[in-house]
Design a protein around this ligand. Structure first.
Ligand code: SF4
Length: 227
């Protein structure tokens, strides 16, 4: 039987890891989790950062932050390709013919080392006093690196976060200064292919997975049914 092509994004795979049932409802039934409010401030800063990094890219020079943290890589120079990789509807992608399924994710930026290896650069803004690298951030980098490798690029075994940490020590006065830091992390792409294959299989099952017994939403829903 012919199966419809399936599209799974990086955040879709995160949802699968978090709750296979919510993932199945989205992919199989088109029932999405309610969305929250857009993160307008973080999104605005993200756009400004892309413009800023692109201005150095167009001049063919390194960004001062990369120099300050002694990162021996240049900004990926092909802006047309990068625009495609940044497009949230397209991103870096890989189509698995056998599964008839597409896996994709949009990056912020990419670095290129001498010799040609690529590494993902992700911009993060935070109101915390320090840069916190959560497990989900590692997953994000592992997946982007995997997708770049599946597009046929040679990839480094590391990725970078450019953290912009809000300075909360000197009042507001209509300005929000940031302290900028680069953090290098190791990437590990093992297990991603298998997780993607598993998610595709679950999305195509006719019956949904069970609710997770550890899920707080499920426990909450169970309780409010009494009222
Ligand atoms: S209640 Fe919890 S386990 Fe059930 S579908 Fe929602 S998030 Fe998943």
């Amino acid at each position: 039987m012919d199966q419809k092509p399936l599209k799974i994004s990086r955040s879709g795979l995160r949802l699968y890891k978090e709750c296979p049932k919510c993932f199945w409802l989205e992919k199989h039934e088109g029932i999405y989790r309610p969305s929250g409010y857009p993160q307008a401030l973080a999104n605005a800063i993200d756009l400004l950062l892309k413009d800023e990094f692109d201005s150095y890219r167009k001049k063919g020079s390194s960004h001062p932050l990369l120099k300050k943290f002694n990162i021996q890589a240049k900004l990926f120079s092909d802006l047309e390709i990068l625009k495609r990789w940044r497009d949230t509807r397209r991103g870096v992608q890989y189509f698995d013919e056998k599964l008839n399924a597409l896996f994709f994710g949009a990056v912020d930026d990419v670095l290129e080392f001498p010799g040609g290896k690529l590494a993902v650069l992700d911009y993060k803004t935070t109101g915390s006093s320090q840069a916190n690298i959560y497990d989900e951030y590692y997953d994000q980098m592992n997946i982007y690196t995997y997708l770049l490798s599946m597009e046929g690029y040679d990839t480094a075994d590391k990725a970078y976060f450019a953290f912009f940490i809000a300075d909360r020590l000197n009042g507001f006065e209509d300005r929000l200064p940031f302290k900028a830091e680069i953090h290098e992390v190791k990437v590990n792409i093992s297990g991603i292919k298998e997780l993607f294959e598993e998610a595709v299989q679950v999305a195509r099952e006719d019956t949904p997975p069970e609710h997770s017994i550890n899920c707080e939403f499920h426990a909450w829903h169970h309780r409010i049914k009494e009222f």
